[in-house]
Design a protein around this ligand. Structure first.
Ligand code: NAD
Length: 513
């Protein structure tokens, strides 16, 4: 156990068999088929866990409904104090949880630690927020009246999350929802159930220690069928779902049918524009980290590089050189830059995308391929690839969740580059690299990038928790994390109070008896 995985698993309280099987004690629904979680790093079984059934799902929802009745009455700053304690537990467990994230998901150890740090950051943000759930006050048009708005908790928030940020997305949602007075039921990705069990145990410990009911945090493990239970459940007023656009359309339809609310964080097709005024040293690092980090499995991964024709050949040459220096291997070893894809199905999708791009006439700049031999036994390691393409290729319009970078040439001015950047169905993250102020401002203007995230002189990949995170078009329109994203987790109520002895009507309407 070179990397201390066994120790991490033990310290996080994961039992090697049926890690989540004791309903009640660990606050995890069980009873369904056993999911075995294998590491894409070395192909080994990490642990197995029982998934939820319709019956145990029902128990979790009942517990959540019950818990909501008391949790909503706890003053928000006191709820914040509980989140502060969860943040402390995460700090204590950062190394073990970060390692487990890296091992179960396959991202580099640095990124595993980074993901846990992001959880700690959102806890801190939520603690502050717990004293800032502000509503506005308005001036009533009627004499002797006062008008204001307040924000109330909604109830059960269902959280459906993706494999690539197996724990951070849960915390983005739960920490805000909890300070807002909601209770949460989490359906993690069936590809990363063990890290979910670890998080649930950390939160459960804090709630238990504070004599708070277990229903505040429920975990229902399983595949899309368990997700569907949440989307169709009228007792769940808000479903926050992170994953593919295909999934988002299904969740949105099911939640919409019952006029519930959904918060959707779906696929991206992110581009960096590299103008002739860019600092190419910065551009290379931004592009390479953005394209190959997390083996191209971030929603904000750089998938397209839109490069001015005057510097196109230079960028191509420098990218090729940088790619030749990439070390691919076990993500737990800090000498490697690129880890594995999540599973063999992802490898198949990667290979199919390469076939497609070649069929459509893409020119290979750096060839892809699956790695085999010592260290690559899991069969999930692939070579990051680069193709020169047209933006209109079908495959380029589609998000392939793998390290494939598309190079696209533009000539003319920045408006042409912006048109290419916007010319895809997705709208998550975007960036321009330029030292020219006019170009940067055009990119950020109302006629510029149509994405939820638009950066200047940094890449597309990754985000700080302080800003609202999410995107437009097929990315789903939802916003999570910082700024005023908390409002999605509450219901707004407008209150008018009459402190006069008369009853004047609005708009001056007369009604005399
Ligand atoms: P996925 O869509 O396959 O699965 C995501 C989650 O949805 C899983 O928990 C899955 O079980 C569940 N699910 C699938 N079908 C469902 C249905 N019909 N009803 C209810 N639940 C259902 O996605 P994935 O492969 O785990 O993750 C990769 C995708 O997630 C990429 O498209 C990526 O861009 C996206 N993503 C987006 C963001 C963002 O914030 N915008 C963040 C991370 C990942």
């Amino acid at each position: 156990d070179t990397y201390g995985i066994a120790e991490a698993i033990e310290k996080l309280g994961i039992e090697n068999k049926n890690a989540g099987s004791s309903t009640g004690k660990n606050w995890i629904a069980s009873g369904g088929e056993v999911i075995e979680s294998f590491s894409p790093a070395d192909g080994m079984l990490i642990a197995s866990v029982e998934s939820a059934t319709a019956a145990t799902y029902e128990q979790v929802i009942k517990k959540a409904e019950e818990a909501f009745k008391s949790w909503r009455l706890v003053p928000a700053p006191q709820r914040g104090e509980i989140i502060r304690q969860i943040g402390d537990e995460l700090r204590k467990n950062k190394e073990h949880l970060g390692k487990l994230v890296s091992y179960e998901m396959g991202k580099s150890l640095q990124e595993g630690y980074g993901e846990v740090q992001e959880m700690i950051d959102i806890c801190d943000f939520a603690v502050g927020l717990s004293r800032q759930l502000y509503g506005l006050s308005m001036h009533s048009e009627r004499p002797g009246h006062r008008m204001y708005e307040q924000w109330h908790p909604m109830g059960i928030v269902g959280i459906i999350s993706a494999f690539n940020f197996p724990v951070a997305v849960w915390s983005w949602n739960t920490m805000l929802a909890w300070v807002c007075g909601d209770v949460c039921v989490w359906k993690p990705s069936e590809k990363t159930p063990i890290t979910a069990v670890a998080c649930q145990k950390i939160a459960a410990k804090v709630f238990e220690r504070n004599n708070l009911p277990e229903g505040i945090s429920g975990l229902v493990i399983g595949d899309y069928k368990i997700g569907e239970l949440l989307s169709n459940d009228t007792r769940v007023p808000l479903v926050s779902a992170t994953g593919s656009t295909r999934m988002g359309k299904k969740v949105s339809e099911a939640v919409g049918k019952r006029l519930g609310r959904s918060l959707l964080e779906l696929g991206g097709n992110n581009a960096i524009i590299v103008s002739q005024h860019a600092n190419l040293d910065v551009a290379i690092i931004a592009a390479v980290f953005g394209a190959v980090g997390t083996a191209g499995q971030r929603c904000t991964t750089t998938r397209r590089l839109i490069v001015h024709d005057s510097i196109f050949d230079e960028m191509k040459a420098r990218l090729t050189k940088a790619y030749s220096q990439l070390k691919i291997g076990n993500p737990l070893s800090e000498k490697n830059h690129v880890g594995p894809l999540i599973d063999k199905l992802a490898v198949e999708n990667y290979l199919n995308a390469i076939k497609e791009v070649e069929k459509e006439g893409g020119k290979t700049i750096v060839a892809g391929g699956v790695l085999s031999g010592a260290g690559y036994e899991s069969g999930c390691y692939v070579k990051p690839a680069i193709f020169e393409v047209e933006n209109t290729f079908k495959i380029v319009q589609h998000e392939t969740f793998a390290p494939i970078l598309y190079l696209i040439k533009y000539s003319g001015d920045v408006a042409d580059a912006i048109a290419l950047q916007n010319g895809v169905p997705q709208g998550l993250s975007s960036a321009i690299l330029t030292d020219n102020l006019l170009e940067a401002e055009q990119f950020l203007s109302q006629a510029g990038s149509d994405c939820g995230i638009a950066n200047v002189n940094i890449g597309t990949s990754g985000a700080e928790i302080g800003g609202a995170f999410g995107g437009e078009k097929e990315t789903g329109g939802g916003r999570e994390s910082g700024s005023d994203a908390w409002k999605a987790y509450m219901r707004r109520q407008t209150n008018t109070i009459n402190y006069s002895a008369k009853l004047p009507l609005a708009q001056g309407i007369k009604f005399d008896l």
